[in-house]
Design a protein around this ligand. Structure first.
Ligand code: UD1
Ligand code: CA
Length: 454
């Protein structure tokens, strides 16, 4: 049965105490709403409609590439009002699934259960057992078999009802036709003067539409984000989920509580990751890769047996097998290390290819450069790739040896097997197989005396 998902995301999120709309706050590097939309998309719905209000334009702008229908709710008059606005022209035979933009950890498997119940002609509400149910709507049961009779909001509940620990998560599914009829009957005659979506449960019971409660797999998955404490809690839950999956897949995490994956991380066998590493975007680590503490790795493909030492920043890159990077190395976008390459401490590389078995071991800047195989680039070497207006390329042939403290003024080419003397500024091509040096002659002044203070 086709499903229409309605995501309620118009609330302001006052308790976040932030200028950023609540659903844009990042969780594991992505906005809260992105997590909800991913869960919704996993169900392959016919349509996803997002009800937005506060910071609407900013929210829409953050999701331009997503195929969602935006529904504007200018004034937040309650969850029932929001659903009514979004319900227009949804085919009566669809199942409508209501999600919250600030409940980001819900699992597709749970949502499928809700939808399946609703597809059988029922109103299905997602519930959970909370030790502290304060603030939540309570599930009121009664009659034979303890059927669900109503949802009562905390503020409207009697003392006995407040003692109920089964709570309404707010997520529910219902056949669209029945939902539209019930929504039309909502009244704002309650403590908050709002149109409560939850009142449809009472209507369903009256109309003889079966109401079923689907229990959440865990309290974690229905955690609602109202403040920065809950945002951090959700981050912790996601981190544990990710770390668990990585370890199940054979990855050794030295401290599973201290890894951040803001994107996707795929690992080969016997990968070891030390604490406090941040992975962003799409990262693949080959067999036997070791990543040491405090590195940040983004959109990279890392070959088998490569070691990334502590404090490296990899902004993108293709890294071959058995390379050694860092500590304190920085790879900017457009870099390819062919294999068995060494990038040492305080080396920055950008838009360059470094051939097999080559080394850039200390304090260097390599930009817009092609380095061949078995090249040694000495400490403090700088490719001067920018003339203030344009970028130029440097080419270094196989087996070349660049002495320490060399400036290579691009465009320039160093021939295969060439040696460049330390301290040279090379602005013309250097021939293959020979020593090229550009250095003022050393002189000693006989009899020179240091000045003395008068
Ligand atoms: C709602 C439920 C309550 C449940 C709780 C779970 C109702 C009447 N109550 O209460 O039973 O236990 O969620 O967290 O439904 N929203 C809109 N437009 C509005 C009002 C709300 O888009 O006019 C959105 C909010 O952005 C939020 C969600 O709906 O994502 C829930 O709204 P919120 O005000 O947090 O609901 P509660 O009053 O906490
Ligand atoms: Ca409210």
């Amino acid at each position: 049965m086709p499903t229409t998902v309605i995501v309620l995301a118009a609330g302001q999120g006052k308790r976040m105490r932030s200028d950023l709309p609540k659903v844009l706050h990042p969780l594991a590097g992505r906005p809260l709403l992105a997590h909800v939309l991913d869960a919704a998309t996993a169900l392959k719905p016919r349509e996803v409609r997002v009800v937005h209000g506060h910071g609407g334009a900013q929210v829409q702008a953050a999701f331009v590439e997503r195929p969602v229908t935006w529904v504007h709710q200018a004034e937040q008059r309650g969850t029932g009002h929001a659903v009514r606005l979004a319900l227009g022209r949804v085919p009566a035979r669809d199942v409508v699934l209501v999600l919250y933009g600030d409940v980001p950890l819900v699992e597709p498997a749970t949502l499928r259960k809700l939808v399946a119940k609703a597809a059988g002609g029922r109103l299905a509400v997602l519930t959970a057992q909370f030790t502290d149910p304060t603030g939540y709507g309570r599930i009121v049961r009664g009659g034979r078999g303890g059927r669900v009779l109503a949802i009562v909001e905390d503020r409207d509940a009697t003392r006995e009802q407040r003692a109920i620990r089964e709570i309404n998560t707010g997520l529910m599914a219902c056949p669209a036709g029945a939902l539209a009829k019930m929504i039309g009957r909502l009244k704002a005659n309650n403590a908050q003067r709002e149109f409560y979506l939850t009142d449809i449960v009472g209507f369903a019971v009256k109309d003889g539409l079966p109401v079923v409660a689907v229990g959440a797999a865990s309290a974690d998955e229905v955690l609602g984000i109202n403040d920065k404490v809950q945002l951090a809690e959700a981050g912790g839950i996601l981190r544990r989920r990710t770390a668990h999956a990585l370890m199940q897949a054979g990855v050794t995490l030295v401290d599973p509580g201290r890894i951040d994956v803001h994107g996707t991380l795929r690992c080969g066998r016997d990968v070891v990751i030390h604490p406090n590493v941040l992975f962003e975007g799409d990262v693949r680590l080959g067999d036997g890769v070791l990543v040491e503490a405090f590195s940040r790795i983004r959109n990279a493909n890392v070959g088998a047996g490569t070691i990334i030492h502590t404090h490296c920043v990899i902004e993108a890159g293709e890294i071959g097998a058995r390379c050694e990077i860092g500590p304190y190395a920085r790879m900017r976008p457009g870099v390819e290390l062919k294999g068995d390459v060494k990038l040492g401490n305080f080396v920055e590389v950008k838009k360059s290819v470094i051939g097999l078995h080559s080394k850039v071991n200390h304090l260097a800047y390599i930009g817009d450069t092609t380095i061949g195989e078995k090249v040694n680039v000495g400490a403090g070497t700088i490719t001067c790739n920018y003339d203030g207006a344009n970028k130029h390329r440097t080419v270094i042939g196989d087996g070349a040896f660049i002495g320490s403290g060399v400036e290579l003024v691009a465009p320039v080419e160093i021939g295969a097997g060439a040696t460049i003397g330390a301290g040279s500024t090379i602005s013309k091509d250097a021939p293959a197989g020979q020593l090229t040096v550009s250095r003022s002659r050393q002189a000693t002044i006989p009899g020179w005396k240091r000045p003395v203070k008068k």
